[in-house]
Write a protein that binds this ligand. Structure first.
Ligand SMILES: O=P(O)(O)O[C@H]1O[C@H](CO)[C@@H](O)[C@H]1O
Length: 383
């Protein structure tokens, strides 16, 4: 099969499938988490175990990266026991790619079975309280190209991925943000963690002074030339999204400033913080792995306890009303092979049974889709 990227605006469902099928045929790994690494931040992929590496040029229909600091390879492997796929290098519209090409990998990931997308980027700081080297947890975005008609979902809707009109008010997953904040505290790096709004511009020019000021007035805390389009497409496929923006330079917002933005400075700053960001993402991935069990609970359509004779994978699946592809995961995350005892009906019973940490159990409750109590007398979370 051709490995040249799909032509402008003709990324069909069959194209995405062809790429996903090819990858599936080359590796037995089935990642649940995908990570897109920003400029100079590809080192994370080196931390994966049992790596299987595909240069983009070998992957059918994959675009090629042309930007310094973007290595151009897809790395499959395990991080903290969690199967991941990591993009060492992303695509940008300023490279000449159209919106569908820039976001091509995200739909491929979705077809591969990925459920969570973590993105990193290098950005210019607009918020005057931020410093170079700060890491901003992205709580929301301004998709500036999208607001003026350059949205990757323009054109016929592909219903097999998602619906025509997509809600973006919950684009960045609040639970993953909370998990990231908690992890940053545990790592002792709160001092340079921020939480704010990322604004995507098309680039490749950095901002003029007035543009920088305008973006700040719009409510942006950082600005970059990526991420927002990938997030739109990820949400359309139903992926959960977590994003980090490393402030590599401060955007010049004073007319008499002598500072000049440049990509060398951007890459230099990423070197300074790359290890911290890698450590943070690694720990978060480990937590996402443990968090899978609560997520499975959320798919539960029943509040009945597992009966004592439920010991096999499919028993669990049936009980929780889970999709077939999720059941093996549940099984693999169980720490015990004992079935639930008949008297195990409460949240903490389930937590104990699955070997969950105490702080994860409340999450479990919050992910449940039913508001019915587990048992008639069990009505509040701590119950
Ligand atoms: O967003 P990432 O890919 O991290 O890269 C950022 O760094 C480059 C500019 O220095 C631009 O590509 C900008 O978007």
């Amino acid at each position: 099969m051709e490995n040249s990227s799909p032509a402008s605006n003709r990324c069909s469902y069959e194209d995405y499938e062809a790429t996903a099928d090819w990858l599936r045929s080359k590796t037995a790994q089935r990642p649940k988490v995908a990570i897109i690494c920003g400029s100079g931040l590809g080192g994370l992929a080196e931390l994966l175990h049992n790596k299987v590496v595909f240069p983009y040029k070998d992957i059918p229909l994959f675009p090629q990266t042309t930007v310094m600091g973007h290595q151009g390879q897809l790395v499959f492997g395990t991080l903290e026991g969690q199967q991941c796929v990591c993009m060492q290098g992303r695509f940008h519209t300023y490279e000449g790619y159209d919106l569908k090409q820039v976001t091509y990998p995200v739909r491929v990931f979705s077809l591969l079975g990925v459920k969570t997308l973590i993105l990193t980027n290098a950005s210019g700081g607009l918020n005057s309280s931020y410093k170079v080297g700060d890491i901003m947890l992205i709580k929301d975005q301004i998709n500036l190209p999208g607001l003026v008609g350059n949205n990757p979902l323009c054109g016929p809707n592909e219903d097999r991925f998602g619906e025509r009109f997509l809600c973006m008010s919950d684009a960045y997953d609040p639970d993953l943000i909370a998990l990231a904040q908690q992890t940053a505290e545990e790592q002792g790096i709160e001092e340079f963690m921020q939480k704010g709004v990322y604004c995507m511009v098309s680039g490749p020019t950095y901002e003029s002074v007035t543009e920088g000021r305008a973006l700040r007035t719009l409510g942006a805390d950082t600005v970059g030339m990526s991420t927002a389009l990938e997030v739109v497409v990820a949400r359309h496929c139903g992926l959960r999204v977590l994003g980090f923006s490393l402030i590599t330079n401060m955007v010049v917002t004073e007319y008499d400033s002598k500072q000049r933005a440049n990509h060398a400075e951007v890459l230099e700053t990423t070197r300074m913080r790359t290890q911290v960001l890698e450590g943070l993402v690694t720990k978060i991935v480990a937590k996402i792995r443990r968090e899978v069990v609560p997520l499975l609970w959320s798919s539960g359509k029943t509040s009945r306890p597992l009966s004592p004779n439920r010991t096999t994978q499919s028993d669990y699946g049936t009980h929780f009303g889970l999709r077939r592809d999720v059941v093996p995961l549940l099984w693999s995350y169980r720490k015990t092979s004992r079935p639930l005892a008949p008297n195990r009906t409460t949240q903490s019973d389930y937590g104990t049974h699955f070997g969950l940490r105490r702080d994860v159990v409340p999450l479990l409750w919050s992910y449940r889709k039913t508001s019915r109590p587990l048992a008639p007398n069990r009505t509040i979370q701590s119950d």
